[in-house]
Design a protein around this ligand. Structure first.
Ligand SMILES: *Cc1c(COP(=O)(O)O)cnc(C)c1O
Length: 232
C-alpha cells in the first residue's frame, strides 16, 4: 500500500481553494477549509495539524468524540457534520466546538442543556434539505425561519448559519443551483430576522467534488475529505 501524503494534498487543496476564490472574485482566504477525517486514523490528523490545519470534521458521533479526546493535546477545532441521535448529544456537547447538522429542535435543546457553563457556547448551523436532495436529513426550506428563531433563542448555542449536502451534480461539478438556494435562504434569514440577530455568517457547503461551484455560490466553509485523506 502506498503511503498517502496528506501534507502535499493539503497544499494542493489550499491552492485549489485560493484559485476558486480568485475566479469567483472573492477575497483571498475568505473560505475556510474543514478537513473531514471520518474513518481516517489519528496519525494522519496529527500530520495535518503539524502542517497548520486546525479545523477537523467528523460525521460518526462516537468516532468524533473518541478522536477529540485522543487529540485533546493539539487544541484542534472539532466540527460534527453527521446525523445526530438523541443518545449522542451529551458527548457531542462535551467535545465538539461546532455542530453543522441540526435539523430539529429536540436535538438543539438537548445540546443546549448538556453544554456545560464552563465551556464557550456551541457554534451551530442548521442542515437544510435543499431541492433535489435524496438525503433524508435536513430541515425543509419552508421550515428554516421557524427553526432558526427557536435555535437562536437557546443561550448555550450560537447560530452561525446553514449547511447542505446536495447530491453530486450529474452533469458537471459546476452545478451551482442547490448552493444558490442555500445562500438565498441565509440572505432571507438575515433580512427578515426579528429581534437581535445571531451572527449568521456561515454557509457550510462544498466537498471534494464540487468545492469550486460552492465557492462561486458564496460558501464560507468547504468540507473536504477524499481529496485530503484519499478514498474511504
Ligand atoms: C464525508 C463528508 C464530507 C466530505 O466529502 P468528500 O467528498 O470526501 O470530500 C463532507 N460533508 C459531509 C457532511 C460528509 O459526511
Amino acid at each position: 500500500m502506498t503511503e498517502i501524503n496528506v501534507v502535499a494534498n493539503l497544499n494542493s487543496v489550499q491552492q485549489r481553494l485560493r484559485k476558486a476564490e480568485r475566479d469567483a472574485g472573492r477575497v483571498d482566504g475568505c473560505v475556510a477549509l474543514l478537513a473531514v477525517s471520518k474513518t481516517k486514523p489519528v496519525s494522519l490528523i496529527r500530520q495535518l495539524a503539524a502542517a497548520g490545519q486546525r479545523a477537523f470534521g467528523e460525521n460518526y458521533a462516537q468516532e468524533a468524540i473518541d478522536k477529540a479526546q485522543q487529540l485533546a493535546d493539539l487544541q484542534l477545532e472539532w466540527h460534527f457534520i453527521g446525523p445526530i441521535q438523541s443518545n449522542k448529544t451529551r458527548g457531542l456537547a462535551a467535545h465538539m466546538d461546532w455542530v453543522h447538522s441540526i435539523d430539529r429542535l429536540k436535538i438543539a435543546r438537548r445540546l443546549n442543556e448538556q453544554r456545560t457553563p464552563a465551556q464557550p457556547p456551541l457554534q451551530v448551523c442548521l442542515q437544510v434539505n435543499v431541492s433535489g436532495e435524496t438525503n433524508k436529513s435536513g430541515v425543509h426550506p419552508s421550515q428554516v425561519t421557524e427553526l432558526a428563531q427557536e435555535v437562536a433563542a437557546l443561550p448555550n448555542l450560537v447560530l452561525r448559519g446553514l449547511m447542505a449536502i446536495p447530491d453530486k451534480a450529474s452533469s458537471s461539478r459546476q452545478e451551482t443551483g442547490p448552493f444558490d438556494e442555500l445562500r438565498a435562504l441565509l440572505e432571507t434569514l438575515r433580512r427578515d430576522w426579528s429581534g437581535s440577530a445571531p451572527p449568521l455568517d456561515t454557509l457550510s457547503m462544498g466537498m471534494s467534488a464540487d468545492l469550486e461551484a460552492a465557492v462561486t455560490a458564496g460558501s464560507t466553509l468547504v468540507r473536504v475529505g477524499t481529496d485530503l485523506f484519499g478514498a474511504r
